[in-house]
Ligand binder design. Structure first.
Ligand code: F0G
Length: 459
């Protein structure tokens, strides 16, 4: 039987329906930057799965019971009880979002000149490493580089490269951080075997091992489905085993916490926890709220329980697989196999008339917006390439992708069918898609603030 969502919809929000002319005007006003589009000009918003999931009646009921005491609130203890049980870390701090968790943890464990090793650092994660004067180095596994390979765990870190680096760099390595699932790498999961091997290497070389566990439940679900020896476990059991392998975690709970706001730092080492706590109190908030309003602590606590429901995860996986099938039928390749939180479209392959310096990923994302009011974002040379001072592309990214994120519990299969129809229309005449030129871009976190110019295709 086809999986279905284990909930019904009780509260809905109207979405804007716009004309092509209105979208042309809006995108030009936004200087062709998706992050500058007002949401009231977006019909289907697939920019991110972060903070965009629908909350449940139970989350809102819990939020209404929130206790706003500055210290030791009931809401904090409910948050603790859930996070203690799932992560098993003796030290657990709430934080307002994932990047705050990164800043607080990294500044307690990394020194300038040190190395952070990862399967792939997410962009804010990399920025927080680099802001400390440390280096973020990605060591994805070999299968990661083949977009068409259907290997089940393309999110894995390259263990041989990790060991080589640990051996050759010695004390320069300040941490190993494994991102589950690998958002920067096609939303692919990391296997338990890989996590166990990372644990063994970190023990051998005396380096702390942390998880960036923003999508811990989806990673656990894909382990249950794909990894031999895990099929009989619940996603909760697998998630607990994953957390147990690491020395701690940072986790944005705007994803698998299905909350509008919130994150957590979990730690085993009491000394690191002490340093984090001082930093947290000085910059985020007291240790029992960490910059979160009490109602958000409640939503997160409840969300972490709901996200581990196998019926929910099964239906979410089925949605992503169905969407992937529609996109393939529309004639567009994705990074295979489909993960759960997003599809990554192979724009470089679809728009072969646009060279990397014309930004095929951005061109496809822009066309999806212009053609159907669908917002998503490029993951290609605009995001990962290197540029000279005049904003010319110097080194292209290895791939030209578009990430089409799937917010949790938010859109129905009819919405996904609409997006696939829009994509099919674009894919019918790819040579009509315009390329882009960068007009202005900041040196860090470029894609949030850049401005672009459209270069219409030759007739
Ligand atoms: N780590 C990963 C793997 C993420 O995907 C994100 C955010 C963060 C850390 C930072 O968390 O947003 O709560 O500060 N990812 C969002 C996205 C923004 O669209 O993928 P945050």
């Amino acid at each position: 039987m086809k999986p279905f969502p284990p909930y019904r919809i009780q509260v809905v929000k109207e979405i804007p329906i716009t004309t092509r002319q209105q979208r042309e005007d809006a995108l030009a006003r936004a200087s062709y930057n998706m992050f500058d589009l007002p949401s009231n000009m977006v019909t289907i918003d697939l920019l991110t799965d972060s903070g965009t999931g629908a909350v449940s009646a139970a989350q809102e009921a819990a939020a209404a019971q929130a206790d706003r005491s500055y210290a030791g609130s009931d809401s904090y203890y409910r948050f603790r009880a859930v996070l203690d049980e799932v992560t098993s870390y003796p030290h657990v701090f709430p934080v307002h979002q994932g990047r705050a968790a990164e800043r607080v943890l990294f500044s307690s464990v990394l020194k300038a000149g040190q190395l952070s090793l990862s399967n792939t650092h997410f962009d804010t994660t990399r920025a927080n490493v680099e802001l400390l004067g440390a280096e973020a180095r990605d060591l994805p596994c070999a299968e990661f580089w083949n977009l068409d390979s259907t290997e089940p765990f393309k999110g894995n870190v390259d263990l041989a490269a990790l060991e080589d680096t640990l051996r050759s760099e010695g004390e320069r390595v300040g941490q190993v951080l494994i991102t589950i699932t690998n958002n920067g790498g096609g939303g692919q999961p990391v296997s338990m075997a890989n996590l166990r091997a990372v644990r063994a290497l970190c023990d051998r070389y005396g380096v702390p091992f942390f998880l960036d566990a923003a999508r811990f439940a989806e990673n656990a679900w894909m382990v249950v489905q794909r990894e031999a020896g895990y099929g009989h476990l619940t996603p909760r059991e697998v998630a607990r085993q994953a957390f147990a392998l690491a020395d701690g975690c940072v986790a944005s709970l705007k994803k698998d916490g299905i909350a509008p706001m919130g994150a957590v730092i979990g730690l085993r080492d009491p000394e690191v926890a002490k340093r984090c706590e001082v930093n947290l109190i000085a910059t985020e908030g007291f240790r029992t709220y960490g910059g979160l309003a009490a109602h958000d602590l409640e939503r997160v606590a409840r969300g972490v329980e709901e996200v581990l429901d196998p019926n929910y995860l099964r239906s979410r996986e089925a949605d992503a697989a169905y969407f992937a099938e529609l996109v393939n039928r529309a004639g567009v390749d994705i990074v295979r196999p489909a993960g759960m939180h997003a599809l990554y479209l192979n724009a470089g392959r679809l728009l072969q008339h646009i060279p990397p310096h014309g930004f095929p990923g951005h061109a496809l994302a822009s066309e999806l917006y212009l053609a159907g009011g669908v917002r998503c974002v490029e993951l290609g040379s605009l995001y990962l390439g290197t540029f000279d001072e005049d904003h010319n592309l110097v080194t292209p990214a290895p791939f030209e992708l578009v990430r089409v994120a799937i917010p949790r519990r938010t859109y129905t299969q009819a919405h996904l069918e609409y997006v696939a129809d829009v994509l099919a229309d674009v894919a019918k005449n790819p040579t009509r898609v315009a390329s882009y030129r960068v007009v202005d871009a900041p040196p860090v976190l470029r894609h949030f603030n850049l401005t672009l110019e459209r270069i219409p295709p030759r007739p």
